[in-house]
Design a binder for this molecule. Structure first.
Ligand SMILES: [Zn+2]
Length: 180
């Protein structure tokens, strides 16, 4: 099933990321100061979110990012972006540093939406945050859940999971997002 857990060898081996977070030492480095609305964000707030990162899911989300971007025009973006599963209420994308967080509840394989879709809700959630960062890179800051965002979202998110977006934004139907 596309997007299900553990499907793909994504070729992550062989390139290294600039380490921004040292999970082992409990020291979290963060220079983020722009939130996903393109507005300045208090640095301490960002650091607080990063302290909630769940490093045991890192390999999984790294692989998921590769898996989602494969066969899209944005595969190279995997080298620039960093995603984290974190104990936060909702996801957040930070344009300035190509970084995003996805809440651990959306990762949980026992979440009803993941159970009903073979883990597809997590795939959808990562796709949504990735689409923000890619749309920003392509079009600039002012494309927050507008047609440019959805153009990228539809390229990035596996088609069979796009319907989850309607639970979040009913207006997504205006941009061609269809029910299951
Ligand atoms: Zn969004």
């Amino acid at each position: 099933m596309p997007g299900s857990y553990g499907r793909l060898n994504c070729g992550m081996v062989g390139y290294s990321r600039t380490p921004q977070i040292d999970h082992g030492a409990g020291y979290y480095y963060c220079k983020l100061n722009i939130n996903r609305n393109g507005l300045p964000c208090h640095e301490l707030t960002q650091m607080k979110n990063l302290r909630k990162v769940q490093p045991q899911f890192q390999e999984r989300i790294d692989k998921m990012i590769c898996e989602i971007l494969l066969n899209t025009p944005y595969y190279e973006f995997r080298k620039e972006v960093r995603g984290y599963v974190a104990d936060v209420t909702r996801g957040q994308a930070s344009y300035k540093d190509n970084m995003f967080t996805v809440p651990s509840w959306a990762y949980n394989p026992r979440h009803p939406k993941n159970l009903s879709s073979g883990g597809g809700y997590f795939t959808y959630y990562v796709s949504h945050e990735l689409a923000h960062l890619i749309a920003y890179k392509k079009y600039g800051a002012r494309c927050y859940h507008d047609f440019r965002f959805y153009k990228v979202f539809k390229e990035v998110c596996p088609k069979n999971y796009q319907y989850f977006e309607l639970d979040y934004k009913k207006t997504a139907s205006n941009y061609g997002i269809r029910k299951k």
